[in-house]
Design a binder for this molecule. Structure first.
Ligand code: ADP
Length: 385
């Protein structure tokens, strides 16, 4: 089966075509690319981007046709706990969730409609970043705020990066030979955006991102956790500050960037290696925050079997992994320094034989996960409305 995986941004469209069998991981990538500058004079809108994509694919796939499309959708709210076939009603439901994800869901809707226009009979599947976290219990997803916040505005913890956390959990369980439903672990997805998830018996139990992806870890440009009065204090004190501007500051000008002057882990690590004190401070802050979550989640899931690193930093930044694991002695974590330093694209163990927790590096592959979910749903006999 040929599956087109689509990840729509407001001005970009990332795609991949994979060939795979339903029920099987893996598959091969037949085509991939990025269409940028949607909204410019050259590519007016997502429909035009799709026309361009259809032309490209006709050439690249040498006449073979796509069997289904799988879309990454950031916010599924409380409505979606699994991938679904995108009927017109489902697309309208995703539109209704726009207030929860004003930056992300509109693009997904544009992408869904554009694919519909280009290939009217193609089954389309939506895969939600929030869905994996729908298993969190109420005492975890609730914020201790007046009920009205939740009732009127849906303010609660949703969690993100779910497709990655879910995928990585499955890969780690398989690697360790543990049935997924008996596998508990802590997954650290560390990319530009970063989140950590407590997985209990194979399902999400808690996660560091919340109502939005701003919560939790110190990220490339996001603050992560912050005393909420900081927001009201700054709004009160700075006459030029608006909620929109502060939103941008906390999302785009904070995190590693605010402390070290650069959002990119490679650059921050290199600066720290040269003796830059601000870079060193930023790394210590990021590691400390992560360690607090790992310790807390280890307890929350009643003893994790593994700590799993994934995404750009988790998979590649061996010095940062060592910094984090060096602080987990109280949990009995012992790193194998050589295994940690080795570079590989494979699932691998980086803890030493005597370590109380297995420490793994698992490459994430959200496209593959979306393609697999799409193939499975289509094979299960869903047909487009
Ligand atoms: P995104 O959230 O944008 O998908 P990625 O998962 O691609 O992000 O992760 C990007 C981060 O990974 C950047 O901070 C980058 O510096 C870091 N990274 C990538 N390769 C390395 C490396 N070899 N060493 C250290 N950090 C790395």
């Amino acid at each position: 089966m040929l599956v087109l995986v689509v990840n729509c941004g407001s001005s970009s469209l990332k795609y991949q075509v994979r060939e795979l069998e339903a029920g099987a991981d893996g598959g091969t990538v037949l085509a991939s690319g990025l269409i940028e500058n949607i909204g410019s004079s050259r590519i007016a809108d997502h429909t035009q981007a799709l026309e361009l994509l259809a032309e490209r694919l006709e050439a690249e796939l040498e006449g073979r046709t796509i069997d289904a499309a799988g879309h990454r959708v950031v916010h599924g709210g409380e409505r979606f706990s699994a991938p679904v076939l995108a009927t017109n009603e489902i697309i309208r439901d995703i539109e209704r969730l726009v207030p929860l994800a004003p930056l992300h869901n509109p693009a997904a809707v544009l992408g869904l409609r554009a694919v519909q226009k280009t290939w009217p009979h193609l089954p389309q599947i939506c895969v939600f970043d929030t869905a994996f976290h729908r298993t969190m219990p109420e005492h975890v997803w609730r914020y201790a705020v007046p009920e009205e916040f939740y009732e009127r505005w849906g303010i609660r913890r949703y969690g993100f990066h779910g497709t990655s956390h879910d995928w990585v959990t499955g890969q780690a369980a398989q690697f360790l030979g543990v049935p997924r439903e008996r596998f508990s672990c802590v997954v650290a997805h560390l990319g530009n955006g970063a989140s950590v998830t407590a997985v209990k018996d194979g399902a999400s139990y808690d996660t560091s991102m919340g109502y939005t992806p701003l919560a939790g870890l110190v990220m490339g440009t996001r603050t992560g956790d912050l005393d909420p009065s900081v927001v009201t204090a700054v709004l009160r004190r700075d006459p030029g500050m608006t909620p929109e501007r502060l939103d941008a500051v906390l999302n785009k000008e904070s995190g590693l960037r605010a402390i070290a002057g650069d959002h990119d882990m490679r650059a921050v690590q290199e600066a720290a290696d040269r003796g830059d004190e601000r870079a060193e401070l930023a790394l210590e802050m990021a590691a400390h925050r992560l360690v607090k979550y790992v310790g807390g989640y280890h307890v929350a899931v009643d003893g994790a079997q593994a700590l799993v690193f994934t995404a750009g930093i988790g998979e590649n930044a061996s010095a940062f992994r060592a910094r984090v694991c060096g602080r987990l002695g109280a949990l009995g974590v012992v790193l194998d320094d050589d295994a940690n330093a080795a570079r590989s694209r494979e699932v691998r163990r980086i803890s030493a034989p005597g370590s109380a927790l297995e420490v793994l590096v698992v490459p994430t592959d959200e496209e593959q996960a979306i393609a697999a979910a799409t193939a499975a749903l289509v094979a299960a006999g869903t047909s487009p409305a």
